[in-house]
Design a protein around this ligand. Structure first.
Ligand code: ZN
Length: 396
């Protein structure tokens, strides 16, 4: 009996510890002609992280070296991650000026290939699905030649096979993805949207709204504790592609009274996208936040702060920019960040910070302290908007 109990408890403990080990690292670089947004998972599995890191470093440095001097350029790397029973299946979607490329990493104690999957007749099934779904665009010669792709990923329902551009079709320019079912697909059941507890704030108070972009990240947990310990709240403009991994921290953040806003799915340069691509950057983020947190943002901040008429027209959410920039992405000195974030702050101002730098986290308590000494109360963006409304009503 004793032995049985130990066996049951042991894997559970390991499972809990491992779960929090995954992080998403973010590199965002915003220059006049180059926009870079890279989000990639760090698993703490040494061999796997090393390969991912090599790939990221090489792609980033090749992009910098390529010196494509005409016009403007964008590198965007986004990812999906599936982890179960020690298996990691990671897909990195690289796009340079909207030309896409796919890189996969499947790892369970070693890097694994399709042969390790023990799934019978996988390519025969793929062949059937290719012709039934893409029969009108694929070339039979190409299918014969490239059917046995090595690019695959796994999740709880499917083995996904990837056929990059020109491997099956000469007319279709995107990667063709063939999903081989491995079990019944469960439908996500949406819970009812919980009422979020509303604070009552005296509209006559002098208020300021802290905002953090590009998270969540490995620093979010500390940031929300600093806010809580200082009786402050903030608004976090987050990326859809990181929601699942940081789901628990985000839930806690909402419980603490912070607000979550939409900052696109993968930090793309929106003004360069087609309307339907802009809409899916927004909607995919709304959906993943709702599915994971039972919370629906009402606010949006454009990635790179880049916005035009086309973007405005595609978005139903309230667009929020900022009044005060801490420039925490630029300066490494904590004092400088604190100074930028506290000098010339006026009632109702919005302060911009980022969740992806340790120095921003380190500057936070000093910023809060200084602004409190000046008599400011910290509110979320929605609270700030409500205060504005109440003040206007009073005046009229
Ligand atoms: Zn951003």
């Amino acid at each position: 009996m004793k032995k049985f109990l130990i066996l049951l408890v042991f894997p559970m403990l390991i499972g809990c510890k491992k779960k929090d080990d995954i992080n998403v690292f973010t590199i965002i670089n915003d220059n006049a002609n180059f926009k870079v947004s890279i989000n990639y998972p760090v698993t703490n599995v040494k061999k796997l992280d090393k390969e991912i890191n090599n790939y990221i470093t090489k792609t980033y440095s090749d992009f910098n070296k390529s010196n494509i001097s005409l016009d403007t350029h964008e590198l965007n790397i986004d990812y999906t991650l599936y982890k179960k029973d020690g298996l990691y299946s990671i897909v990195l979607y690289e796009s340079i000026d909207n030309n896409t490329n796919i890189k996969v990493f499947n790892y369970k104690n070693k890097f694994i290939s399709i042969k390790d999957l023990n799934y019978e007749n996988i390519y025969e099934k793929a062949n059937t699905l290719i012709f039934s779904n893409y029969g009108n665009i694929v070339s039979t010669d190409l299918v014969l030649k490239n059917l046995k792709t090595k690019l695959f990923s796994i999740d709880s329902n499917y083995i996904h096979l990837y056929y990059p551009k020109n491997t099956l079709s000469t007319v279709f320019t995107d990667t063709i993805i063939i999903d081989i079912p491995i079990s019944k697909k469960e439908k996500t059941v949406f819970k009812n949207n919980d009422e979020i507890k509303k604070r009552i704030i005296d509209p006559n108070l002098k208020v300021v709204a802290l905002t953090f972009d590009d998270g969540p990240s490995r620093y979010t947990s500390d940031i929300i504790e600093i806010l809580k310990n200082n009786d402050a709240v903030a608004t976090f403009f987050i990326l859809g592609n990181k929601v699942e991994i940081y789901k628990d921290i985000l839930k806690k953040s909402i419980e603490y009274g912070n607000e979550i806003g939409n900052h696109t799915y993968s930090h793309k340069w929106l003004t360069k996208l087609k309307e339907d691509e802009i809409i899916s950057q927004i909607n995919d983020t709304q959906n993943i936040i709702f599915e994971n947190l039972n919370y629906l943002p009402t606010l949006f901040r454009p990635s790179y702060g880049s916005i035009n008429k086309k973007v405005r027209n595609a978005i139903d959410l309230d667009i929020v920019l900022w009044d005060v920039d801490t420039l925490d992405w630029k300066y490494k000195s904590i004092n400088k960040i604190v100074n930028n974030g506290t000098k010339d702050v006026k009632d109702l101002d919005i302060i911009l910070m980022h969740e992806t730098y340790e120095r921003s986290k380190d500057a936070l308590s000093k910023i809060i302290k200084k602004l409190k000494e000046e008599g400011f109360t910290f509110v979320t963006i929605s609270e700030l908007k409500e205060i504005k409304l109440l003040r206007n009503e009073k005046r009229n």
